[in-house]
Design a protein around this ligand. Structure first.
Ligand code: PMT
Length: 400
């Protein structure tokens, strides 16, 4: 981050203290850091803490110009290579989403043309409030980046979503933004994520534990690297990444139709979704009553979407599948690679600590034809996504 200027906006929440750790990490990596605090943020942590860490004056008041030769909010807005708002309160998010600039932080945010990353942190019920969600959606639609808050115990006593990610997690996002190589510019990428639902009746279904985190990390990372991304999301509760075309689907059959219809215009297809192999032979039109002691549920095979994509693959396309395995990881992944005519299988041992379903991390191995398997250590799904995309670009480069 040498030579980069990062403006850190701190708004008033208990997580404001974590912004000090973030500033310290940014300085350590060579960034020039400027801090803007809202008046409420100064109630949680003093400007002096930030000034000691970043060695530049902290600005809190729009009418107190530290340098009369310039207008601070415009100068900072222009200087920023990246603007990070951490923590971003519901209030600051709401103001920017509606074009309100009534303090130093929000006016500078409105004036900047740099990339802006909001890291929301608040009470779980505030975060889930449809108004806040709508405001986040507005910001995303305008190209602002949002770092998903973490889940866990909150300072307010509740447990749920709303924690500011730890400084190191935010640093990972920031590094990814600066690393943005734009090396996928012009590439059309289709990604599937989540777990399909196979309806038994209007209120019951067969599904699996996929949260969609792996597929969403891939979609967000590919978009940041310049790709034109379509994300087919099966039953995912995550906020959609910015600059991504999101298409919700429910069942394997719906996913199959969407994938096959869109296949001809894709350069890359990545199938991170966990697709049900079987579905009930028929879906009952109304709720099945519990009259019988025992009932049989007859299942039929779903289409194997990846195999169908592999069969239709054209010369320029790169097709990537995942393999969720509990044993014989490499052998099973290699078998899927050949059988489904994929170019790469990303294998995850879903029994390993920190790997597979629902976690923020993964342990992956990349299995390709005619070369030894590349096994990677435990890393965040975002970092894993970067490595998978690097591998895909390597496959494309080798072809040409
Ligand atoms: O979503 P997360 O909580 O982040 O979890 C991530 C994950 C564990 C779901 C992901 O990393 C993963 O492993 N996804 C693939 C899970 C899976 O279905 O694996 P499989 O071995 O059953 O299938 C192999 C491949 O064929 C997959 O690419 C799958 O999308 C595809 N498939 C499977 C069946 C089917 N009918 N059609 C398919 O296209």
């Amino acid at each position: 981050m040498q030579g980069k200027t990062v403006v850190v906006g701190v708004s008033g929440g208990i997580a404001a203290y974590k912004a000090a750790g973030l500033c310290s990490a940014l300085v350590k990596e060579g960034a020039g850091v400027h801090v803007i605090m809202t008046e409420s943020a100064t109630r949680f942590i003093t400007p002096l803490t930030f000034e000691s860490l970043v060695k530049t004056p902290v600005i809190t008041d729009i009418f107190k110009e530290p340098n009369p030769a310039e207008i601070s909010h415009i100068a900072l807005a222009d200087k920023a290579d990246l603007f990070v708002v951490a923590p971003a309160t519901a209030n600051t998010i709401g103001k920017v989403a509606h074009g309100i600039g009534d303090d130093m932080l929000t006016t500078t945010l409105l004036a900047t043309r740099s990339t802006v990353l909001f890291a929301p942190a608040m009470n779980v019920n505030m975060y889930n409030n449809p108004i806040v969600q709508e405001n986040l959606h507005r910001l995303r639609a305008r190209g602002y980046l949002i770092a998903e808050p973490g889940e866990g115990p909150l300072a307010c006593g509740y447990t749920g979503k709303g924690r500011l990610p730890e400084p190191e997690q935010l640093m990972e996002v920031i590094r990814a933004i600066f690393r943005q190589k734009q090396d996928m510019l012009g590439l059309r990428v289709l990604i599937t994520a989540g777990g399909t639902r196979e309806r038994i009746d209007p209120v019951r279904y067969i599904s699996n534990d996929s949260s969609g985190k792996m597929g969403f990390a891939l979609a967000e990372t590919a978009a940041l690297r310049g790709a034109d991304v379509t994300l087919l999301a099966a039953n995912v509760q995550l906020a959609p990444p910015g600059k991504v075309r999101l298409v919700p689907v429910e069942s394997a059959q719906e996913m199959y139709e969407q994938v096959i219809n869109r296949l001809p215009e894709q350069d890359i297809v990545i199938k991170a979704a966990a697709v049900a192999d079987y579905r009930p032979i028929a879906t009952a039109a109304s709720k099945i009553k519990k009259n019988a002691e025992r009932i049989n549920l007859e299942l039929v095979r779903n289409p194997d979407i990846l195999a169908e994509v592999g069969a239709r693959k054209t010369a320029g396309q790169v097709i990537v599948g995942f393999a969720a395995e509990t044993d014989d990881l490499e052998a099973n992944a290699r078998d899927k690679l050949i059988r489904k005519n994929a170019d790469l299988i990303v294998a995850n041992d879903v029994t390993a600590e920190g790997a597979g379903f629902g976690t923020d991390t993964n342990v992956i191995s990349m299995v390709r034809r005619d070369r030894p398997t590349r096994s990677l250590p435990l890393m965040s799904k975002r970092e894993a996504a970067e490595r998978i995309l690097d591998e895909i670009l390597e496959i494309r480069a080798e072809r040409t």
